[in-house]
Design a protein around this ligand. Structure first.
Ligand code: ITT
Length: 203
């Protein structure tokens, strides 16, 4: 089978391709198909993921996967959350977006550094049927370190690790042990729930 990965984010696309590989489907990206980017008008991650997946499935006639994700900071009442991409602006300035998080925390005098990433993964079928899978990872915000990964990775240190998502390999960030279902990143964990819903382990 052939599926669409409905993202225009290069970092996400790499991860989603790697996460889909063991499922044995051929994946094409929304960019490769020239699909438009729908407006993310939802008020929840799951809603925005569905908007993107349904639009791609309708336009392509193929099943489509979309991820809507973000970094939720406890002391900022969950911001940037749904607006994680938008905080970086049109130039995708994540150095600026990470600095803004620090600025908002100091403005509030916040000492609580807890944050989590959420990934809502929606699979939409051309007939309009959708399935939702979610993953989360909890951790702490630190001064940005490392240039691996993308987005807010340099500033996020998962619980129990002394390195940030910007300092660990792609294998460590979103590698999955399909036997045990163990995975670290929010996105990898969403794919583990997808595999569980398939009632089988990918090869
Ligand atoms: P698409 O909608 O085309 O998929 P996007 O970048 O606009 O691309 P989102 O609307 O889901 O995607 O925004 C999520 C943002 O949250 C994303 O731009 C990243 O900055 C951040 N983010 C999500 N997952 C991340 C991860 O694994 N590591 C670092 N930052 C992440």
């Amino acid at each position: 089978g052939k599926v669409v990965i409905a993202t225009h984010n290069a970092g996400k696309l790499v991860e989603m391709r790697e996460l889909l590989a063991p499922f044995g489907v051929e994946a094409v990206s929304a960019g490769e198909l020239g699909l438009p980017e729908p407006d993310e008008t939802g008020t929840m991650f799951a809603e925005n993921a569905a908007i993107k997946a349904i639009a791609a499935a309708e336009a392509s006639g193929l099943p489509a996967f979309a991820d809507d994700s973000g970094l939720c900071v406890d002391a900022l009442d969950g911001a940037p959350g749904l607006f994680s991409a938008r905080w970086a602006g049109p130039n995708k300035d994540f150095t600026g977006a990470m600095a803004r998080i620090e600025a908002e925390l100091s403005k509030r005098g916040a000492t609580d550094r807890r944050a989590h990433f959420i990934s809502a993964l929606v699979l939409a079928w051309p007939d309009g049927h959708t399935e939702l899978f979610e993953g989360r990872v909890f951790g702490d915000l630190v001064a940005p370190r490392g240039n691996l990964g993308f987005g807010y990775d340099p500033m996020f240190q998962p619980e129990g690790m002394d390195r940030t998502f910007g300092e660990i390999s792609s294998e460590e960030k979103h590698g999955v042990d399909w036997q045990s279902g163990e995975a670290l990143s929010h996105r990898a964990r969403a794919f583990v729930t997808l595999a569980a819903a398939c009632l089988r382990r990918p090869a």
